[in-house]
Design a protein around this ligand. Structure first.
Ligand SMILES: C[S@@+](CC[C@H](N)C(=O)[O-])C[C@H]1O[C@@H](n2cnc3c(N)ncnc32)[C@H](O)[C@@H]1O
Ligand code: SF4
Length: 371
């Protein structure tokens, strides 16, 4: 069995961005301390469900870098005690406005090897409209600091933003390449129901059309490629050898443990979802109750379908011959109709199925033909 990844969710941010519906909110130090205590307790109980190895750790959020000093050490100590992970990669998500020299030193000391920084854009007007707390200069400083401290740096870029120009995307890519950023995640803006951005859109805020968004994605893709970043997943680009090992586990149906509010994990065929409310989560842990709200056992069909769905987003594609051997079926037979329908968009060769590069942006529509 290959080693699992570990995901830890931190549901705190200094303020809420206008587009975001992740489980995160402002939290006093007292609230953070109570949460981390609960998290540590949940981690220790994790020993009961998992006895195997773990080799990647991802602390995401929310904003892990806005946690009180020492919190990450407390989490790492609990994980060490519970699982003795032998980490090949330890990522922490950070926001530019809460990542400084002191935070960098603290994270380094805790064993963090990779920092994922939410830059989003280098256009101050766009950043302001998104409700980000940082400006472009602060984002640049944070990236330079993370690189100078020897972290592998990933920078998030958002695409299809109101008012975003190609120049903004070009500046981001040039800056990232020039500063030695190893990895870029480029997310198309999703207007999430109930967010202030969704209300702005209802009130007439104009977003780029589908065609304009496609053009922006293509531009980001070709610019990053020219600068030496390979696209290895629909939204993820990296320098050679710098793929995110933790996220690769999600995309290849590997195992991952998950701790914290709204976190979900998968071990073997069991998938579990923790409750999505911070207070309920903390109270459940404190009272010794289970924090997972739902769990499901993935059937053989679920595993096949998800492997195809996730694998088609990877530039390597899906190894369907291995999948077929594992579950005793012939891919060509089971997916004959979809293969015909998707013929124009895919490459099916040597037991591997891929979406052609030029159709990466419409991957979801093509994947829809297989599910
Ligand atoms: C949940 S955030 C956590 C990281 C960190 N708090 C930050 O904001 O940089 C991870 C990334 O998801 C992306 N994201 C969040 N909401 C999004 C949305 N509605 N549409 C597209 N990308 C989004 C942003 O690029 C963000 O950097
Ligand atoms: S995008 Fe990041 S900083 Fe902004 S609210 Fe969401 S999790 Fe917090």
């Amino acid at each position: 069995m290959s080693a699992a990844g570990i995901y830890v969710h931190i549901p705190f941010c200094r303020s809420k961005c206008r587009y975001c519906d992740f489980v995160s909110a402002c939290g006093s130090e007292e609230k953070q301390r109570r949460y981390v205590k609960a998290l540590v307790r949940e981690i220790y109980t994790g020993r009961e469900i998992y006895h195997g190895e773990a080799d990647t750790l991802y602390i995401g959020g929310g904003t892990p870098s806005c946690l009180y000093k020492g919190a990450v050490h407390e989490i790492v100590k609990a994980l060490d005690d519970a699982f003795s992970p032998c980490l090949k990669e330890f990522t922490t998500e950070c926001n530019p406005d809460s990542f400084d020299r002191e935070k960098a030193a603290e994270l380094k000391d805790a064993g963090v090897t990779r920092i994922s920084l939410g830059v989003q854009s280098l256009d101050d007007g766009v950043l302001k409209a998104l409700g980000r707390r940082h400006d472009s200069e602060q984002a640049k400083e944070a990236v330079r600091l993370a690189v100078a401290c020897g972290f592998d740096v990933s920078a998030d870029l958002m695409l299809g933003l109101p008012g975003q120009t190609m120049q903004d995307v070009a500046s981001f890519c040039d800056f990232a390449a020039g500063e030695g950023v190893a990895h870029v995640s480029a997310y198309m803006l999703k207007v999430e129901e109930g967010t202030p951005l969704a209300r702005d859109v209802e009130n007439g805020l104009e977003l780029p059309s589908d065609d304009e968004s496609a053009e922006i994605y293509d531009f980001a893709y070709s610019t990053l490629s020219k600068l030496g970043y390979e696209r290895y997943e629909t939204s993820n680009f990296c320098r050679r050898g710098k793929r995110c090992l933790h996220n690769m586990k999600y995309w290849t149906m590997g195992d991952y443990l998950a701790f914290g509010v709204a976190a979900h994990g998968k071990i073997g065929n069991r998938r579990y979802f923790n409750c999505g409310d911070v207070d309920e989560y903390v109270e459940a842990v404190e009272s010794g109750a289970h924090v997972y709200e739902t769990e499901e056992m993935l059937s053989e069909d679920d595993v096949i379908e998800e492997s195809v769905m996730l694998g088609l987003r990877l530039s390597d594609g899906v190894d369907v011959s291995t999948l077929g051997r594992r579950f005793s079926f012939r891919f060509e037979d089971r997916y004959a109709k979809a293969l015909k329908e998707a013929e124009k968009y895919i490459v099916f060769k040597d037991g591997t199925l891929k979406i052609k590069d030029e159709y990466a942006l419409v991957a979801n529509a093509i994947i829809g033909m297989f599910v």
